[in-house]
Design a protein around this ligand. Structure first.
Ligand SMILES: [Zn+2]
Length: 475
């Protein structure tokens, strides 16, 4: 039988507010252990949580970025369970009255067509403390770090509308881009500011059954999520073929062995309304205010890039994929660089160079002004593309302008016709065979002659002019 997967994702995003969710301690979980704590986030008996207005704003912006309906009233519940990372015995979360419902994210589906993945709800939740397991001599010990206790999270629960590993990866990337755009969170799976759990079940293709699901955790990259879903889909199909039934449980993805392994039965504790945090009423006026803070979002920006700058869809999607990148691109075009030249150089030269030296478009020394200076010289034929690539690398090493680097290293393109004529004539007299080949119809002989001339000019000749001069003489 042919099976299809039914996949729902639960994504926890760590908000980048200044403080924790219910106290004034800094939201910096990576500091020295237990530095950022107070009676409220140590969960000492009698401490009363104070809900942060900043957290509510950041969470609401994230919900709006995901096209959710923000509810007029939301409230916190106690999700009850007992574990050393949660000594008070419950986690403040929102099960019954979530912040927002009924959102969606648009992805590119399997057939290349746009597909909307529904979001069931987005709710706020406090993070728990962190357990650190170590050994002292021969004794295993576990330590508790409360810096993470009370850090604000938004949990985004998708509808089970994802069908393939590819769609799951597209969904995570689209959701991440939307939330990063509004500036509520960094959303890095690698750094732990975004955690993804996948609920996976399978059913005969074409049916509407919803079968017992298995939850997979511990995936710390977008690719891990795709790999874990692919593995789990095949594993469940094999279980069913061998007559086993699927039972509800949690599995861990092992990135080394590239398999999912059973962890524990899935425990769902009771969820009861919390009496200490007042319900949160959201007025239409307040919500309009927050909505007015939304920036131009990636889809709309991509449309504008296609209309205003005549970019192809792929180029526009790439340049609008991150807010910082889109602002960098527009800053470069603002300095008289044709938009498509800017896209081409940012995508094929700048971004790989940034990756190599571990910089980003916001912290690089190659500012939009400096890159634009280089590209303007290229457009004016003052340097050729090969030299421009070398100048770009030198921009990373010095703080000089492109113009100064071109002058200092003699990159200026030779467009002086007389000087080039001399070179071309020398090349032609040294390569009679190539001339014969060209005249007998071997097109690549021309490429060879251009290459020779470029080499003779030490890469500085204007290649268009060289080609013109060669063609004149070969006619
Ligand atoms: Zn605190």
């Amino acid at each position: 039988m042919d099976y299809e997967a039914v996949i729902g994702l639960e994504i926890h995003v760590q908000l980048n507010s200044e403080t924790k969710m219910f106290c004034d301690c800094p939201n910096r979980p990576g500091d020295e252990p237990n530095q950022n704590t107070c009676p409220i986030c140590l969960w000492l008996p009698g401490a009363i949580p104070k809900f942060s207005a900043e957290v509510l704003e950041k969470a609401t912006l994230a919900a709006l970025a995901l096209n959710c309906e923000v509810q007029q009233l939301n409230a916190f519940d106690q999700k009850v369970y007992y574990y050393p990372d949660l000594p008070k015995g419950f986690q403040l979360s929102q099960a019954h009255k979530p912040l927002a419902k009924n959102g969606w994210v648009e992805i590119t589906g399997e057939g290349g067509q746009p597909k909307k993945i529904g979001i069931h709800q987005a709710h706020m939740e406090e993070d728990v403390a962190k357990l650190v397991h170590e050994t002292e001599g021969k004794t295993s010990i576990s330590l508790v770090d409360f810096n993470r206790a009370g850090i604000p999270l938004v949990e985004i629960v998708s509808e089970p509308e994802i069908r393939t590993p590819q769609e799951a990866m597209e969904y995570i990337k689209a959701l991440r881009a939307q939330i990063r755009y509004v500036g509520s969170a960094e959303c890095s799976m690698e750094q732990g500011t975004m955690r993804v759990d996948a609920n996976i079940s399978i059913r005969p293709r074409g049916t509407n059954e919803l079968n017992t699901k298995v939850e997979v955790k511990n995936m710390n990259s977008v690719h891990n999520v795709g790999d874990a879903i692919a593995y789990e889909t095949i594993r469940q199909a094999e279980c069913i073929k061998s007559g086993e039934s699927i039972i509800l449980h949690t599995r861990l993805w092992d990135p080394e062995k590239r398999v999912t392994l059973p962890m524990r039965g899935k425990f769902e504790g009771p969820c009861v309304p919390d009496p200490s945090v007042p319900q949160v009423a959201i007025s239409a006026e307040w919500l309009d205010n927050i909505r007015s803070l939304l920036p131009e979002m990636p889809n709309r920006k991509a449309e504008r890039f296609m209309n205003d700058y005549k970019l192809t869809r792929d180029e526009a999607v790439l340049m609008s994929s991150e807010r910082d990148l889109s602002e960098y691109f527009e800053a470069v075009t603002g300095h008289n660089v044709p938009p498509r030249t800017a896209v081409h150089w940012i995508a094929t030269q700048l971004l790989p160079a940034l990756r190599d030296c571990d910089q980003t478009v916001t912290d690089t020394t190659v500012t939009p002004e400096r890159l634009a200076g280089l590209l303007v010289m290229l457009e004016r034929d003052e340097i050729n593309a090969k030299s421009a690539r070398e100048v770009l690398l030198k921009l990373f090493e010095s703080d000089q302008s492109s113009e100064a680097i071109v002058k200092q290293f003699g990159f200026k393109q030779v467009s002086d016709t007389e000087a080039l004529e001399t070179i071309v004539d020398e090349i032609l007299s040294a390569n009679p065979q190539a001339i014969d080949d060209f005249k007998n119809g071997t097109a690549k002989a021309l490429g060879f002659l251009i290459g020779q001339a470029m080499q003779a000019s030490q890469g500085k000749a204007n290649p268009k002019l060289v080609k013109e001069l060669l063609m004149q003489r070969l006619q």
